[in-house]
Design a protein around this ligand. Structure first.
Ligand SMILES: Cc1cc2nc3c(=O)[nH]c(=O)nc-3n(C[C@H](O)[C@H](O)[C@H](O)COP(=O)(O)OP(=O)(O)OC[C@H]3O[C@@H](n4cnc5c(N)ncnc54)[C@H](O)[C@@H]3O)c2cc1C
Length: 295
């Protein structure tokens, strides 16, 4: 098998934050065999590896990533009755539209979440009324310590709010089977449009990773805490707390990764000082996070 592994590839255009230095090694995986080959390559080279989906929940350092970035390009979709099997690299919006064409709803709430199926399972992506862990029937993983795929049920993931067990392992989601809801196509399309409209009303457009911090249990939301702590509009270099939604830390166009991290640290500190609450990032910061103790 011939897989093209490149060196020193900039990660900036591979993530929605549009920041980050180069990956030491970079390759695309289009098939399970390539994925297995790349995992073995990282082991041979004695470097860490990281799966990258749409890059909508990662913040890479300006120094880049000192290992192998595997860009997930496994993008197969198969409808079976009222379930769908999607490979880990499938874009969520594409999946929602394919399901709609087949009169299958039940995932429209994820409309315009700009991630992949694998990234969504990793972080149990969702909105208050629907999250992926709730409709997952089974998944095929490449386990942390093996090159042999295995099928697991939803209980394996121990899903919680924006979390799953695989955040603590190096399991790769090769594919996921989701349970859908047969519905008239017109209804599904109306739902999709409504979710997109609501999102546009509340969230700023531009370069971000969506909500930066998780919502703590005892308070209305992380955004509320950040706003009450007086952080709305705050800037560090080219990074800004969005004036529209305080939990969106934006790259205004000229931010470095360091600016965004520094802004996040300042926001964290201000919220801690005012409310004695330690916010926990939803965004994954690589290769090392200053919030490691709270994640
Ligand atoms: C404008 C905007 C709005 C957003 N709104 C929401 C929202 O409403 N709800 C929500 O939950 N999130 C939201 N997000 C965050 C993000 O889109 C989700 O977390 C998404 O699921 C991340 O998927 P991804 O493919 O981009 O993952 P990436 O950012 O590429 O990766 C994130 C993590 O997942 C891991 N990963 C990726 N693929 C795999 C795989 N196949 N196997 C194992 N691990 C993998 C990566 O290694 C990394 O640790 C939003 C982001 C943006 C920019």
């Amino acid at each position: 098998m011939e897989i093209k592994v490149q060196q020193n590839v900039s990660l900036r255009h591979l993530c929605t934050y549009r920041v980050g230095g180069p990956a030491k090694f970079f390759a695309e995986a289009r098939t399970m065999t390539e994925m297995i080959g790349l995992k073995a390559f990282a082991k041979e080279q004695k470097v860490p590896f990281l799966l990258l989906g749409a890059g909508s929940n990662v913040l890479f350092s300006d120094e880049g990533y000192p290992g192998l970035i595997i860009h997930n390009k496994m993008e197969g979709i198969q409808i079976n009755g009222d379930t769908v099997n999607a490979e880990g690299g499938v874009n969520l919006m594409k999946l929602i539209l394919v399901c709609a064409q087949n009169n299958l709803g039940g995932i429209s709430g994820l409309a315009n979440v700009p991630g992949t199926v694998g990234g969504a399972v990793y972080g149990n992506a969702g909105i208050p009324d629907i999250w992926i862990g709730n409709i997952l029937l089974q998944a095929v993983l490449l386990p942390e310590k093996s090159l042999k795929p295995k099928m697991v049920g939803p209980e394996y993931f121990e899903f919680g709010y924006r979390t799953s067990k695989i955040k603590g392992t190096k399991d790769i989601v090769l594919s996921a089977t989701l349970r859908l809801k047969p519905e008239p196509q017109a209804k599904i399309r109306a739902d999709i449009n409504e979710y997109i409209k609501q999102r546009a009303l509340k969230q700023p457009s531009g370069n971000s990773c969506g909500s930066f911090f998780k919502n703590p249990k005892e308070f209305p939301s992380a955004g509320w805490l950040i706003e009450q702590a007086g952080c709305k509009g705050m800037t560090v270099g080219g990074a800004q707390v969005s004036p529209k939604h305080a939990n969106f830390l934006m790259n205004t166009g000229i931010a470095t990764s360091k600016d965004i991290v520094e802004l996040a640290v300042q926001v964290y500190q201000k919220v801690k000082d005012k409310f004695n609450v330690e916010l926990e990032p939803e965004v994954q910061i690589y290769p090392t996070s200053p919030f490691a103790k709270t994640e």
